[in-house]
Design a protein around this ligand. Sequence first.
Ligand code: BV8
Ligand code: ZN
Length: 250
Amino acid sequence: MEDNQMDKIIEIIKKAKRVVVLTGAGVSAESGISTFRDPDGLWNKFNPMELASVNGFMSNPELVWDWYNYRRNIIGNTTPNAGHYAIAEMQDLFENFTLITQNVDRLHQNAGSKNVLELHGNIIDNHCLNCEEKFEDAIDISNKNVPICKKCGGKIRPSVVWFGEMLPAETLKKSEKMSAKADVFFSIGTSGEVYPAAGLPAIAKQNGAFVIEINPNQTSISYFMHSHFRNNSAEVLPEIVRKLKGLMYR
Ligand code: BV8
Ligand code: ZN
């Protein structure tokens, strides 16, 4: 993006009172967590419907449990990247800032972001598939056996939202409400394939927001964005924050 174009966008962002950021797996790519749909993506090795769904878990609990432990192991060894830290800094630059994520890795929280709206749950917590009792025991990620609920004997599952499952109602409602009120909406590191999350940028735009996509690649929702940064989030977000701070603290 040309410098003068960048400056124009920064001017628009600076004036915003209400800013919403939606993130997807791409913001964690530079922390070493593979995305879902990129060539080396998680799904390419496995079939998402097979693993990230209730039926998938019911038909092969050990395989799905092991896949989540494989991912927990990767996530356990990663740290937030400059993009996560820049988003954490953004929360103090605006009157009203909302961070909505599809990611389950909690890297936003580790980078200092507060009140993160986790649309798809998180990979750390677990609960009983049968009675939904929270499972508090520490997980031994090398143990291939699926833990059993102490209350009802049901199988324990990760507290992520699987395909075909409803998103947490309050979180989704708040995400839609804040997206509809946004002056500026960033869609960062998401392919815009998974609904209802992928519908949020359109809700923002329909209600007058300036919508910006940060993604090195074209996505299925690029066509309606007002502006694109075709870069990696860990490169461009710190630059945006630096320029915003420069303008705001003049
Ligand atoms: C629901 C948690 C309804 C688990 C996830 C047709 C058939 C079947 C289902 C549907 C259908 N149409 C709609 C649906 C519903 C379905 C859906 O949308 N399916 C899609 C695939 C078509 N949605 C659901 O099932 C949702 N529930 O709708 O319930 C309902 C209604 C009534 C009653 C009951 C139910 C639930 C969806 C949640 C699924 N769970 N995750 C887990 O993680 O294991 S989804 C999973 O995909 C992750 O959360 C991930 O975040 C999410 C979205 O992917 P992205 O984050 O966008 O990641 P992706 O790899 O795709 O893209 C990465 C992007 O980053 C790329 O664009 C790349 O270019 C970019 N990038 C790469 N590097 C960088 C970068 N960007 C910036 N910087 C970089 N360095
Ligand atoms: Zn139970």
